[in-house]
Design a protein around this ligand. Structure first.
Ligand SMILES: [Ca+2]
Length: 202
C-alpha cells in the first residue's frame, strides 16, 4: 500500500506544483469531465517512466476509465465523486490532492486505504503523517462510482481548496514486477490531473 500511496503523491502532487496560479472564484462544487481513452499503463517505473497510453478498448478493459470527477466543499466535509465508464470489481485506489488557500504546495493527500475507507495525509514534511480517515463507497459496473468524503475539521477547516483527483489499479503486484493502470481526471491531459476551481466552504 505504501508504494501505491507514494505513486499517487508522485503523480498527482508533482503535477499540482506545476499547475498555474490561483484564480479566485466563489464556488462550493466543481465537476471535471474526463478525457476518454486515456488510461496509462506502466509496467516498470524505472524502465517505463512515461508508460503507455491505452486506446479506447484497452482503457475500458483496465476497469478504471473515468468519465468525470465532482468535488464538493461544504461546511462540514469535502466530498469527491469519481464516475467511470465500467468500473472493475477488483481493488482500485482513488486519491485526491488538496491545495488550501495560502499554500503554494499541495497540502493534503486523500487516498483509499481499503474498499470502505480513505485516509488523509499531511504532505508538509517528508513523513506523510496520517491525520484521520473518512468513508468511501464504491459501485462497480457500468457508470460505476467511487465516492469518498472526509471531515473538514481534519484539514483544519480550510477557507478554500483546489482539488486534483486520480485512480490507480495494481495488477500482479509483487516485489519484483507489476503492472499498474493510472487514470488522472482531466478534460485535456493524460498524465496531469486537472485542478478544480477554488472551492469555498459555503
Ligand atoms: Ca478517462
Amino acid at each position: 500500500m505504501r508504494t501505491i500511496t507514494h505513486l499517487l503523491v508522485g503523480g498527482l502532487a508533482t503535477t499540482a506544483i506545476l499547475t498555474g496560479t490561483a484564480v479566485t472564484a466563489t464556488a462550493q462544487s466543481d465537476k471535471i469531465t474526463d478525457k476518454r481513452a486515456d488510461v496509462v499503463q506502466y509496467d516498470d517505473f524505472e524502465e517505463d517512466e512515461a508508460g503507455t497510453i491505452l486506446d479506447r478498448a484497452d482503457s475500458l478493459a483496465s476497469g478504471i476509465e473515468a468519465t468525470s470527477a465532482t468535488v464538493k466543499h461544504s461546511k462540514k466535509s469535502i466530498k469527491v465523486t469519481i464516475r467511470f465508464a465500467d468500473l472493475t470489481r477488483q481493488e482500485v485506489q482513488a486519491g485526491a490532492v488538496v491545495r488550501v488557500k495560502g499554500s503554494k504546495q499541495p497540502r493534503y493527500l486523500i487516498s483509499s486505504i481499503s474498499r470502505k475507507k480513505v485516509a488523509v495525509y499531511d504532505l508538509k514534511g517528508d513523513e506523510m503523517k496520517q491525520l484521520c480517515t473518512g468513508k468511501q463507497t464504491k459501485k462497480a459496473g457500468k457508470k460505476g462510482t467511487i465516492t469518498f468524503s472526509v471531515k473538514r475539521t481534519c484539514l483544519k477547516k480550510p477557507k478554500a481548496i483546489k482539488v486534483q483527483t486520480g485512480v490507480s489499479r495494481f495488477i500482479n503486484f509483487d516485489n519484483e514486477s507489476f503492472t499498474i493502470y493510472q487514470e488522472v481526471i482531466s478534460s485535456s491531459r493524460v498524465r496531469t490531473p486537472e485542478s478544480t476551481k477554488w472551492l469555498k466552504a459555503s
